[in-house]
Design a protein around this ligand. Structure first.
Ligand code: PEP
Ligand code: MN
Length: 339
């Protein structure tokens, strides 16, 4: 249930109403804008009669929220959320470009790619240190050493770093070292992990599960917000369908749907969606035009010999061309590209 206050209601009156809501056993999610003040009620509202509030002069309207997700719901927070990562913004018209290899492989590799994506205009560096591989015999990542190399790349380029966390065991190390923590598709419904990253304030990129609906993605994000971390960026990365030509099927429609349902920024990962390097450019451009708040692109200096996902990685020269196209599209679309 959402209570929309009349503009100009005094703070005392709002506090009085909040006291009433709390006495009914509900939690309050408060949201204020230039011209609005909203109280979102979370908890069991089934026995609350909306007339109780409508009878008050300070209440403009009461809305019953149908969806099971609350804090991520746009009704609870009508304006776009903007996530601030050390001054670099994502969402609310700020388009983020995150680029880098699937996995950190060596000092030389990550430093070279980091310098090149930075020169092309990327705003953030990605690199997997702990890798969720389908086969236990595939390269599992450099783990802690990978995080050290990412930190070195950040020190050299100034780019904030994004890396995937797979287990709560490594959480404190990630909080210390990483600027944005990625929760991968395979862990989207690892609810214990979601609760733990809800207790920190580091921005989280939450990737859509391989076979998850939009509602399941939003409920997974709700776990993180419900535990206290509102710095969540959603990521559409393709879903499993009957189509086998591409690795996954990029659900472009999910972008405007999510933006309608939620205030959280949504970015697109065209690399894992298509699984083919030559699909990255058209899908990244389509994502921007469809309203995404950013893209995450796999870039590798030697895709043929990459330890992971070489077939879907683009070379730095191509990334540079893609950045130029994205900049042009961003201008038409009135977006600010964060670099
Ligand atoms: C990744 O970004 O490297 C990754 C493994 O992605 P996903 O979780 O979307 O498969
Ligand atoms: Mn990958």
């Amino acid at each position: 249930m959402i209570i929309v206050m009349k503009p100009g209601t005094s703070l005392e009156e709002i506090e009085r109403l909040k006291g009433k809501v709390l006495s009914m056993g509900c939690e309050i999610h408060e949201s204020t804008g230039v011209n609005y003040h909203i109280l979102g009620l979370i908890g069991n509202t089934s026995n609350i009669d909306s007339d109780t509030f409508l009878a008050m002069e300070s209440v403009e309207k009461v809305i019953h929220v149908q969806e099971p997700f609350k804090k991520v719901n746009r009704l609870f927070h009508p304006e776009d959320s903007v996530i601030d990562v050390h001054g670099r913004k994502i969402g609310g018209g700020h388009f983020a470009v995150i680029a880098g290899p699937c996995s950190v492989e060596s000092e030389e590799q990550i430093l070279q790619i980091a310098e090149e994506v930075k020169a092309a205009g990327a705003g953030f560096l990605r690199g997997g240190a702990f890798k969720p591989r389908s086969s236990p015999y595939s390269f599992q990542g450099l783990r802690e050493d990978g995080l050290d190399l990412l930190k070195l790349a950040r020190a050299k380029t100034g780019l904030p770093i994004v890396s995937e966390l797979m287990s709560t065991e490594h959480l404190s190390r990630f909080v210390e070292d990483v600027d944005i923590i990625q929760i991968g598709a395979r862990n989207m419904q690892n609810f214990e992990l979601l609760k733990e990253v809800g207790k920190i304030q580091t921005p989280i990129i939450l990737k859509r599960g391989l076979s998850s609906t939009i509602e399941e993605l939003l409920l997974a994000a709700e776990y993180i917000l419900a535990h206290g971390n509102e710095n969540v960026i959603l990521c559409e990365r393709g879903i499993r369908t009957f189509e086998t030509y591409t690795r996954n099927t990029l659900d472009l429609g999910a972008i405007p749907v999510i933006k309608r349902l939620s205030h959280l920024p949504v970015i697109v990962d065209p690399s894992h969606a298509g699984g083919l390097w030559w699909l990255v450019e058209p899908m990244a451009k389509a994502a921007l035009v469809a309203g995404a708040d950013g893209v995450m692109i796999e870039v590798h200096n030697d895709p043929a010999n990459a330890k992971c996902d070489g077939q879907q990685s683009i070379k730095p020269e191509r990334f540079k061309d893609l950045m130029n196209s994205l900049r042009q599209l961003a201008t038409i679309d009135n977006k600010i590209v964060s670099f």
